[in-house]
Write a protein of this length. Structure first.
Lengths: 436, 333, 286
């Protein structure tokens, strides 16, 4: 008896080993691609795209994980230097650039980069090329073009038949659209501006809304270094635009809910934001009758923000070729349309037929047109490590400045801009990037 | 029958012969036990206990508390950055930078304001409610419970709720209440002074129950005969309170003041929640020191400067606590 | 006889004005303090239109559970709840045994450096976590415990004030009792388990309760900094991150807040006296 069970044991053992030996090569041959993303809407889109890709390529398995907002930043900071990152990261360029500078990321392979050069808008391609190595460092997937949303009912009520073309007209429209109550408080803002909020968003919106029309930007490249770019009368005029809106013409108030929420509640008439607001309004405020127009022109230039967010592959990734193939596949025509419809973010490609999208989101047409208009100068954030800190510091100072009506006095205004620029330069000096 | 086998007998015999041989020729050796002591002795048992329990605990204590506190000093003198690969010693550059940083200075004063407003409010209100509850009130435990509930709640939902309460314009409940009384709306979020005060209000609301309870317990411990004796002597209620009860709970008041100070100085969560959000938020003016610490270290990834801020938080917290011990102990005389 | 009856008549309770004022004050203040909670609970059952209507109503006209029903779709709140419970339980477990054993050693043992170590422990009682957060984070990061349960629980397994408190408590246990047990042949572990632990149980329970409340409600910054993936979020953290999905949905966010508050509130109402005792006594024995 003892001998019989022993034989059975040995036979089972051999059988198991054989089975494992047969199955594991099959399992091993599956290519696993893990992907991290920071935005819930992109997460849903990428998950479903992953499933479709798996059907097309049965030997590939795609796993997408969502790390909301700051979490992706921190997670990358912890995992990438230790070589434990994912195969593919969906993150914005300035978040990924420090890891590039530290040599932890793979550059886009030349065939994919060539395809990108042909199919993506020129400024996008150029903005994502590392000036030192002249290689594309991130494969842009979607873009944050800012346009002005406006409430069509309120515009009709005020008797407007055309849309504002420059910033002065915009202020005039705002003055007609604003509504007050008996105590003089603003109950409906004519022009909604981002006056407060966490982190650096306030500075970035300020850049598009006010700095851009006056032709300035937070930092200017000087050779291979940088310097604060708004330390002049145009920077002061940019801040004055906001202060005028809040304190002189009183078309906006600090006490009104702003952003998509304010617009969805019907207490603002126009505001600047990216394309995802359309999905938000569809879900939360379908009764609002809205459309969009491009950012108005300014006395010195016409343009707005267009930061790109894209896909990058760390050096620690195992199947780089398959990962880049999947990344490139995510940018094809069908996926671009799906991205727009499902996630609401605007895909990077301008040369795709988006008529499917226009049926769901008619205002999307404006966003795509802006992307394809060469006169409209889209800017992207600069490729340098201190950008987040610079924007956050500017945002903090701006938030303080917006609350002070006494800054309508030009001398005080000049001092505020001066202090802000000194701080920006100091941060640059800390990183040894200040131009002399 | 012999019980022992022949082979065993032979073994014993040879052993006996061996032993006899040995005892004749060698000197009696001294037998030492190793450092653990006799087996089953008290010493061994105690040493084992310490080894398996105390040493790991102390090691953990050192790693979790002492080493971090000490290395804060060290790191604040470097430019340690989470992503930059090379760290170098930079001396007091971080501190110099902080002193020149307007936002840091304003955060500092915000923290000071936090302590100056929150601590007296918590202590005075806590004492008041505790004294009220100490008067043989019916349903005392119900009131105790109601006061104490905010203390055990997590801060994040609490801050979100209060933020919603203070929404500016006509959407906020606070403004609605003011409006229904005929008073004008208050710019809760857009006026930084008011915004800081409402944040401190959230902090006080949440912690008040703790102080009510500890003062109440202290008051209950005052022997009843003292109170009755003073009544017989003809003292009014207020005199009894002032001259008998308050001095007797002095140590508890000291403890309360110290705790309140440490908590207000290191407040973070409520400030974090109030300054986030794109639709409405208080903006950057109400930032406190610990928020700045978080921002420098975990947003900008600048650990060196973050530790410099931590050092300021730690040293001043220590200083205030020592000061309070001195002042309130002195009064005891 | 008559006089005595007269005296007892006079001693009948007088309801004085000051009493009335006292009761009114207490009632008003306690209701004001609890009012926000009550408001939130009612709001979470209202429909969206009613929430933003003016004038606002206290009780919902239409009671609806829709805010709660859509909660799981937004975020896995049950997972967050389990995470919170797990972390708090593990931390409290370590505290119960660690602090009482350490308290026993500090109270009843004599060895070199004991007073120094004890003063060290005492000195760290008043140091808030925020003061040494950064090096702690760096240490946990270097052992690779960021974004793991181990990392989240790590600093919560030591409680200096717990050690202090239990030492004071165990000092009161008579030495003769312990010696008697030792003479009877108990090992130190048995002495601890059968004598010290039961006798100091009320103090240990107080510490455990305080620690539970602390890790549930008052540690936020550490979880914020360590937990980077959704699977590890505690309820507070989950609520904060998923606020974004709720931008105009007041009902939804109030329901999420209520969900976050409910567990600790339920525990509190059940163990009310024990919790209040525990929290107050740990402050008293100085």
């Amino acid at each position: 008896m003892y001998k019989k069970s022993f034989v059975y044991l040995v036979m089972t053992g051999i059988l198991t080993v054989c089975l494992v030996g047969i199955i594991s090569p099959l399992a091993m041959s599956k290519v696993r691609i893990s992907m991290w993303t920071a935005f819930p809407e992109m997460f849903e889109f990428e998950k479903s795209a992953g499933r479709r890709y798996e059907k097309l390529h049965p030997n590939v398995e795609i796993e997408v994980t969502l790390f909301p907002q700051r979490a992706l930043d921190e997670k990358a900071a912890a995992a990438l230097p230790a070589g434990e990152g994912p195969d593919l990261i969906d993150f914005h360029k300035i978040g990924v650039y420090p890891y590039h500078a530290a040599g932890l990321m793979d550059v886009v392979p030349s065939d994919v980069a060539e395809w990108a050069r042909e199919n993506l808008p020129a400024f996008v391609f150029n903005a994502n090329v590392d000036p030192r190595t002249n290689r594309l460092i991130i494969l842009p997937l979607y873009i944050n073009v800012e346009c002005m949303y406006y409430n069509k009912d309120y515009f009709k009520e005020a008797g407007f038949t055309t849309l504002p073309e420059d910033i002065y007209e915009q202020m005039m429209y705002a003055e007609k659209l604003v509504k007050y109550d008996t105590a003089g408080n603003v109950t409906r803002a004519g022009l909604d501006l981002r006056l407060s909020g966490g982190a650096s968003g306030t500075a970035q919106k300020f850049w598009t809304q006010a700095m851009c029309p006056y032709g300035v930007r937070p930092i200017d490249p000087v050779g291979d270094k940088w310097r604060a770019g708004y330390d002049n009368e145009w920077g002061q005029k940019a801040l004055k635009y906001y202060l005028d809106a809040v304190h002189k013409y009183k078309v906006e108030s600090l006490d009104i809910k702003s952003d998509a929420e304010g617009f969805g509640l019907g207490i603002t008439s126009m505001f600047q934001r990216e394309s995802w607001v359309m999905a938000y309004l569809r879900d939360h405020a379908p009764e609002i009758n809205y459309s969009a127009f491009p950012m108005p022109k300014g006395p010195r230039s016409w343009g707005g923000g267009g930061t790109t967010i894209g896909l990058s592959v760390p050096k620690s990734s195992v199947h780089k070729k398959e990962t880049w193939a999947f990344a490139k596949w995510l940018l094809n025509d069908e996926n671009s349309v799906r991205l727009f419809c499902e996630a609401g973010w605007q895909p990077i490609r301008g040369n795709v037929d988006y008529s499917e999208v226009y049926k769901v989101f008619p205002a999307a047409r404006v966003f795509v047109e802006v992307l394809n208009t060469p006169e409209f100068k889209l800017f992207d954030y600069e490729l340098m490590p201190a950008i987040d800190e610079i924007h956050t510091r500017i945002a903090e100072r701006l938030m303080v400045a917006f609350k002070k009506p006494e800054l309508l006095d030009p001398e005080k205004l000049a001092k505020v801009i001066d202090d802000m620029a000194n701080e920006t330069n100091r941060i640059l000096a800390d990183y040894d990037l200040l131009a002399k | 029958m012999r019980l022992v086998s022949l082979s065993d007998q032979r073994k014993f015999l040879s052993l006996k012969i061996d032993m006899k041989r040995n005892t004749n020729s060698i000197v009696k050796k001294k037998f030492y036990y190793n450092w653990l002591g006799r087996p089953n002795s008290l010493k061994r048992s105690q040493v084992l206990f310490i080894l398996t329990v105390f040493i790991p605990l102390i090691a953990l204590f050192l790693i979790i508390r002492i080493i971090p506190i000490v290395t804060v000093f060290g790191i604040s003198l470097t430019n340690l950055h989470l992503i930059r690969p090379v760290t170098k010693f930079v001396g007091i550059r971080n501190f110099v930078h902080l002193l020149g940083d307007e936002q840091f200075i304003s955060s500092f004063f915000n923290s000071v304001e936090y302590v100056v407003v929150a601590v007296p409010l918590e202590i005075v209100l806590g004492l008041t409610f505790a004294l009220m509850l100490n008067r043989k009130v019916k349903f005392e435990s119900l009131y105790e419970t109601l006061y104490f509930i905010p203390y055990i709640l997590p801060m994040v939902p609490v801050a979100i709720i209060w933020k919603w309460f203070y929404t500016p314009g006509s959407f906020g409940l606070a403004n609605y209440l003011l409006g229904s009384l005929g008073l004008p709306y208050v710019p809760w979020m857009s006026n930084p002074k008011i915004a800081l005060l409402i944040t401190i209000g959230i902090h006080v609301w949440k912690n008040l129950g703790y102080f009510v309870i500890i003062f109440l317990v202290g008051l209950k411990n005052v022997p009843n005969n003292l109170r009755e004796a003073s009544k017989i002597d003809g003292a009014t209620n207020w005199q009894t309170i002032r001259l008998i009860e308050l001095p007797l709970i002095k140590p508890i008041i000291l403890y309360g003041v110290v705790m309140a100070t440490v908590w207000s100085w290191s407040a973070f969560t409520e400030v974090y929640i109030m300054t986030q959000g794109t639709d409405i938020s208080t903006g950057a003016e109400i930032q406190v020191l610990v928020y700045r610490l978080y921002q420098e270290a975990f947003v900008f990834h600048n650990m060196g400067r973050g530790c410099a801020v931590s050092l300021v938080v730690f040293l001043i917290s220590l200083g205030i606590v020592l000061l309070e011990f001195k002042i309130l102990r002195w009064k005891e005389r | 006889m008559k006089e005595r009856i007269g005296q007892t008549e006079v001693q009948k309770k007088k309801i004085s004005i000051s009493r009335v004022v006292l009761y009114v004050c207490l009632l008003i203040t306690s209701v004001t303090i609890v009012m926000p909670l009550i408001w939130v609970i009612f709001t979470s059952f209202k429909e969206k239109a009613e929430i933003i209507s003016i004038p606002p109503t206290l009780l919902p006209r239409i009671w609806t559970l829709s805010n709660y029903i859509k909660l799981p779709k937004v975020a896995p709140f049950f997972l967050f709840f389990l995470n919170s419970i797990f972390i708090c339980s593990v931390s409290t477990f370590f505290i119960i045994f660690g602090c009482s054993m350490a308290g026993y050693i500090f109270a009843k043992y004599k060895f070199k450096g004991q007073t120094f170590l004890f003063f060290l422990v005492m000195g760290t009682i008043l140091v808030p976590l925020q003061a040494y957060l950064i090096p702690l984070y760096l240490i946990v990061r270097s052992i690779g415990w960021i974004n793991t349960y181990r990392g989240m629980v790590f600093p919560l397994i030591i409680m200096s004030s717990g050690i202090f408190f239990l030492r004071q408590n165990i000092l009161a246990i008579p030495d003769e009792l312990i010696d008697a047990a030792r003479i009877d042949g108990c090992s130190e572990f048995r002495v601890f388990w059968t004598i010290i632990f039961p006798l100091s149980f009320s103090a240990t329970a107080a510490i455990a309760i305080v620690n539970w409340v602390y890790t549930w409600s008052q540690v936020f910054i550490w979880y914020l900094v360590v937990a980077n993936s959704e699977k590890l979020f505690t309820m507070e953290l989950g609520l904060m991150y998923f606020q974004r999905n709720y931008v105009t949905d007041y009902g939804g966010i109030m329901a999420a807040c209520v969900l976050c508050l409910l567990p600790i509130l339920a525990v509190f109402l059940a163990l009310r006296t024990r919790i209040i005792e525990g929290v107050s006594f740990t402050g008293m024995k100085y």
